[in-house]
Design a protein around this ligand. Structure first.
Ligand SMILES: Cc1ncc(COP(=O)(O)O)c(C=O)c1O
Length: 497
């Protein structure tokens, strides 16, 4: 497909407007461009067709199954969009005075209450705009809490299965990182952990269920070890989809939780947004939460800035409001049956696991939670077929690839999360495709090494895409990289989003 610049013809326009005779403001000469920008010049039909064709080549949750482990790509109920688009929500100015924004403030307050209950904790701030920002905010709360107590602690422990944002947030928050291993059952290695927790430890940052899709069987003992050392427990809530209404992070012993609203409670996210990463905490940490807090006074709702110990603001206004409306609508549609959401997500994952574990290896052979991690290492050993090849071949069968090469402790990892919103027919079709691919790997492995064959774009050179990214059209000087030899080396990048 040609670039829009390559379709450009001088003088062609998608629209033209009558010249007005309003005064033109004088732009200082130093700020004026020397030449007009070289924009693509196309007529409206070409313009519309170009972007429609691009859109039709894009894969998303609305076009097919998207089993991306650790990302919870579920269907976004359309009613949520309708609700978020109600003029009273959509047209509200963020600086609207409180009297005129009572409905919006009430929605935020109610969402805070629900999230607090789901987590089994005491207070909530909706401000952070993503899971990773929630992580940073949570660690800033930890820092403020210990500073207030006059304690000097400088280390945060994470698991070797942790998502890349965990160590990144720990480092950004100014803490030293201490990694703990995973035992043979996929739990945190308690002996390793004991040796690494002392009076310098500020806390643990953990996902439960882990990115292996396994619920940590020793979580109460783990919580005891940290609390005895005076440290705090941070729950990375990216995997909350597995446990809503079944178990609560607060009851497991966690003190701070972030929730990825865009995962567990649906949002049309991906490609960078929109997201929401609210923080929920135990009462001892409430004074440090970001301001303004959304509070209720009798029948009225207001913003409270009077929190002297607050870490301050982490995002503009009270957070990504449209995300709150959608998540609130999503949760209220379930009502008390929210538990069924997690139960079906776990059931779907275990169904896939049971049907796939003979064709692919299952490194930790246990019942899984909402996701699980298989390994393609047998295919690699016997046929030279990698997890990347399997993922690319799945695209030919019409499915988005699962997450691959993550978590890092599983060689040739294929991390699969079906979510609760997929039908049995879709799950079966996905299994059939993966089983067919395993057979192809045995019988004609070249089919996989060459995949995808039926997509608009064939196998991309990932190394070149990272190292020689061309993101700007440079007209006569635009480089043609297609003739350059590609690097056969496969890039095993850690999944980052
Ligand atoms: C386990 C885990 N933690 C944290 C994050 C970060 O969340 P976000 O992408 O909203 O920043 C993710 C995202 O995929 C994740 O899977």
């Amino acid at each position: 497909m040609k670039l829009i610049f390559e379709k450009s013809q001088p003088g062609r326009r998608a629209g033209s407007f009558a010249r007005h005779d309003l005064p033109v403001p004088e732009v200082p000469a130093t700020l004026r461009r020397r030449q007009p920008p070289r924009l693509p010049e196309v007529a409206e039909p070409e313009l519309v067709r170009h972007f429609t064709e691009l859109a039709s080549r894009t894969f998303g949750i609305d076009t097919g199954f998207y089993p991306l482990g650790s990302c919870t790509m579920k269907h976004n109920p359309r009613v949520n969009e309708r609700v978020a688009n109600l003029p009273g929500f959509r047209d509200l100015h963020p600086l609207q005075e409180e009297d005129g924004a009572q409905g919006a403030l009430e929605l935020e307050w109610r969402l805070q209450e629900i999230l607090t209950e789901i987590c089994g904790l005491h207070a909530c701030s909706l401000q952070p705009a993503a899971g990773s920002q929630g992580e940073l905010t949570g660690l800033m709360l930890m820092r403020a809490y210990f500073a207030d107590r006059g304690e000097e602690r400088d280390t945060v422990v994470t698991a070797d299965t942790a998502h890349g944002t965990n160590p990144a947030s720990v480092t950004m928050a100014g803490y030293k990182l201490q990694k703990v291993g995973t035992d043979a059952r996929g739990n945190l290695d308690i002996d390793d952990l004991r040796a690494k927790v002392d009076e310098r430890t500020a806390g643990l940052m953990l996902t439960n269920p882990s990115t292996l899709g396994l619920f940590d069987e020793g979580i109460e003992e783990v919580a005891g070890i940290f609390h005895e050392a005076g440290a705090l427990l941070y729950y990375d809530g990216a995997n909350l989809n597995a446990v809503c209404g079944i178990s609560r992070p607060g009851d497991m012993g966690f003190d701070i939780v972030h929730i990825n609203l865009h995962k567990t409670f649906s949002q049309p996210h991906g490609g960078g947004g929109p997201g929401g990463g609210p923080i929920v905490v135990r009462d001892t940490l409430e004074p440090f939460l970001p301001v303004p807090a959304v509070v209720r006074d009798g029948e009225r709702f207001r913003l409270d800035y009077d929190r002297p110990k607050s870490i301050g603001k982490v995002r503009a206004f009270t957070g990504p409001f449209g995300v709150f409306v959608r998540s609130y609508a999503f949760i209220r549609a379930y009502g008390p049956a929210l538990k069924a959401m997690s139960e079906v997500a776990v059931l779907n994952a275990n169904y896939l696991l049971a049907r796939l574990k003979d064709a692919y290896e299952l490194p930790f052979d246990r019942l899984c939670m909402h996701e699980f991690v298989l390994s393609a290492r047998r295919l690699k050993r016997e046929h030279g077929v990698t997890a990347l090849d399997v993922a690319k071949r799945l695209m030919d069968y019409g499915f988005h690839p699962p997450t691959i090469y993550f978590p890092l402790i599983v060689p040739e990892a294929l991390m699969i999360e079906p979510t609760e919103t997929e039908s049995k027919e879709t799950l079966d079709a996905f299994v059939d495709a993966l089983l067919a691919i395993a057979r192809e790997a045995d019988e004609s492995p070249e089919l996989l090494k060459d995949a995808p064959r039926k997509r608009p774009v064939r196998r991309l050179d990932e190394v070149k895409a990272v190292k020689r990214a061309v993101v700007r059209y440079r007209f006569e000087e635009h480089p043609d990289l297609s003739q350059e030899p590609s690097e056969a080396r496969m890039l095993e990048v850690q999944k980052g989003a």
